[in-house]
Design a protein around this ligand. Structure first.
Ligand code: GCV
Length: 673
């Protein structure tokens, strides 16, 4: 069998194929030499990348030379102000050769500058006079793995863990290195390697199994990535103490000592990530303590080592009774954390899911963005497609993330967007940034669906700079991954950019969420969660659907936003229609702005969604002889499966509403199979 590591899909956006003739005419034999400062922790990775990149792109592996002035590509560590992660790239015409200078106050900046140079070369941007000066917009650009030590991945759709197998490290640590390289190429600087649901085995990653963390962290270190560990809040109980109370001095000393020992073993540790008092995980509530008291205790232990404590805000009552109309899960994160704003230590960073519920295809932005003013926080996104087709469906999430980032919270007047908040320009916060649950696993193409690599890439690019446009990121990814054929880039970009809306069309309408199968969350089941304990109800009956979350007469969730948004969500007339059912209870006969009734809108979007998948499939088929045959066949098979599933969604959802409402489709289409 051919080694899968030689496949294009494994190489992702770093395949470094020989450039097309028009580009080669500019660049061939232009970069015969390079100078890289010696003795840096990242010297080896940078040098190797330039060899590999230039060797592939222009067919000439550069020789290493000592002197910067003799090098076509020179890297310079500059004693200058500025972010050590930022870089400046200048290109000028030398004697017959281009002269590229990549400079930075830090070696991490040089690594990012190297990747940026190779990317620009592929995009044909490198020419005399061209300059690029960049630094990441926020200090934390994180990936979360939900990997378990037995090798399984919670919500993983691309095989097994690339780190763990049968409670040990995997044998193939080269793959971990390849992964670190991929992540560094998009600017990721921290990776939490284990599931936030920390089970018994994983609890020991901070103790007897710390050697495993150390091995991975040494690989990460070569790419400027810090390792984070998800820790079990109740760890002290596992190690013989009779309490995990954050105010108990014995518990505090235990964490301090354990953390000290851990840092001795794993110096490249960025800190801890904690899911506490959430979905049956232990936390400070057990001891009558607040989330701040819990987080601060761990943060204090990390503080001497410069570590940060990332504390998730996904705290809600998961033992709800569907008959209880006073509890609204959407309110929970804000209700728990807003009153604590300002009570957290400087090295605590709250990690907030983008929406108030849980990574649905459409949700409003969490009101904690704009609500928290004095507490470090991160935006948490989900790259792994738990509710968005599980990497069997093409659902490109960059447009969704852009919408979230561009949402104006009005926290400090107009323009207080989420993007500006998580880059620290609305409130002066020390630690800000983005975190996302990864879609990576042991499948040969990393992400299950090859086109889902675009979600991973897009996340990294947005974490680096949330202002990049979805269109630019998409075309960039398509070019780097699939080559320079204009037809391929155009077609794939169109497919990607439209796919989120398509997915929404044939699945769950107007922000209501959840109509999926319980447990694994794949496929339609309109009442799958309706009578469960999870607090995710749509309350459809024969007349209406939706949850009234207004202040006047509803759960009051709309009132958690700043006034402009609170007023907008409060009434049916002003609420954006794509979120109408999230905020309001609406009769099927209600007439939308399009002039259609709600029920007709549901029927129409579901028929449309299936047609859109048919179009995507036809578009891809048109690329048959233009993309790598292996990639082509794989994506084709996924799209064919998506079409079958989209029809199932259409029929199940339409049938459900027809049976409830008894209102026929205005166009007399077949509603139930
Ligand atoms: C890691 C959702 C998922 C869980 C996940 C949880 C979380 O509920 O279904 O698998 O647990 O979110 O984000 O903690």
């Amino acid at each position: 069998m051919r080694n899968y590591k030689n496949s294009r899909d494994y190489g992702c956006w770093l395949n470094y194929d020989l450039l097309p003739p028009a580009f080669l005419a500019k660049y061939e034999q232009q970069f015969p030499t390079m100078a890289v400062p010696r003795g840096m922790a990242l010297t080896q990775s940078i040098t190797a990348e330039l060899r590999r990149g230039l060797g592939g792109l222009v067919g000439q592996v550069p020789n290493l030379v000592e002197r910067e002035d003799e090098a076509a590509v020179a890297l310079r560590l500059e004693d200058a102000a500025g972010s050590p992660e930022g870089f400046k790239l200048t290109v000028r015409a030398g004697e017959g050769l281009l002269k590229v200078l990549i400079s930075s106050p830090g070696e991490q900046g040089l690594l990012y500058g190297t990747f940026a140079f190779l990317r620009a070369l592929q995009l044909g941007e490198v020419e005399p006079g061209w300059e690029l000066q960049e630094s990441p917009r926020s200090p934390l650009r994180l990936i979360n793995h939900w990997d378990n030590l037995d090798g399984s991945i919670e919500r993983g759709y691309a095989g097994q863990s690339i780190f763990f197998k049968d409670n040990h490290l995997v044998e193939d640590l080269d793959r971990v290195r390849d992964y670190a390289r991929l992540m560094a190429s998009i600017g990721i600087n921290g990776i939490a390697i284990n599931n936030v649901n920390v089970h018994r085995e994983e609890t020991h990653l901070i103790a007897a199994k710390a050697e495993m963390s150390r091995t991975i962290s040494c690989i990460f270190q070569d790419y400027g990535i810090r390792l984070f560990l998800s820790v079990n809040f109740a760890s002290p109980l596992e190690f013989g103490l009779d309490s995990a109370d954050p105010l108990d001095p014995q518990v505090q000393s235990w964490w301090k000592e354990r953390t000290r020992q851990l840092y001795a073993e794993v110096p490249n540790l960025g800190g801890f990530l904690v899911k506490a008092d959430s979905e049956n995980r232990p936390g400070p509530f057990t001891y009558g303590r607040t989330q701040a008291q819990g987080a601060n205790m761990l943060a204090e232990a990390l503080e001497p080592f410069g570590g940060v404590l990332i504390w998730r805000c996904f705290v809600y009552n998961c033992q709800q009774d569907w008959r209880d109309t006073t509890t609204d899960r959407a309110r929970a994160a804000y209700d728990h954390f807003k009153p604590l704003d300002g009570q957290f230590r400087d090295n605590v960073v709250l990690q907030i899911k983008n929406g108030p519920m849980d990574f649905q295809v459409r949700e409003p932005v969490s009101p904690l963005f704009g609500g928290l003013e004095r507490t470090n926080h991160l935006l948490e996104l989900q790259i792994t497609q738990e509710y968005t087709g599980q990497q069997r469906h093409l659902c490109y999430l960059v447009p969704q993330w852009k919408e979230i980032l561009e949402f104006d919270t009005y926290a400090r007047g107009p323009g207080s967007t989420v993007a500006r908040i998580v880059t620290g320009s609305v409130f002066p916060l020390r630690w800000t940034g983005l975190a996302a649950v990864t879609n990576v696993g042991s499948d040969p193409n990393w992400t299950g669906h090859t086109l889902a690599q675009a979600n991973l890439y897009g996340y990294g690019r947005l974490a680096w700079n949330p202002e990049l446009s979805a269109e630019d990121i998409t075309r960039e990814w398509a070019t780097l991954t699939l080559g320079h054929d204009g037809d391929v880039v155009d077609t794939v970009s169109q497919m990607l950019l439209g796919s989120w809306e398509t997915y929404e069309n044939y699945t769950v309408p107007l922000g209501i969420g959840w109509m999926c199968n319980p447990g694994h969350h794949y496929g339609p089941n309109p009442e799958g969660y309706e009578y469960s304990k999870w607090g995710t109800y749509h309350k459809a009956d024969h007349l209406a659907i939706g949850v009234d979350r207004s202040v006047q007469g509803g759960t009051g969730f709309a009132g958690q936003y700043h006034l402009e948004n609170a007023q907008m969500y409060e009434t049916v007339e002003t609420c954006p229609e794509e979120l109408l059912l999230f905020f309001h209870r609406i009769p099927y006969t209600h007439v939308l702005k399009s002039g259609k009734t709600l029920i007709q809108h549901i029927y129409d979007t579901h028929f449309l969604g299936v047609e859109q998948v048919e179009e995507m499939l036809a578009k891809w088929q048109g690329l048959a002889d233009k993309v790598d045959p292996e990639t082509f066949a794989h994506v084709l098979e996924r799209l064919q499966g998506q079409l079958v599933d989209a029809k199932e969604w259409r029929d199940v959802i339409n049938t459900f509403f027809y049976r409830l409402s008894h209102i026929p489709d205005a166009h007399n289409r077949k509603i139930y199979p």
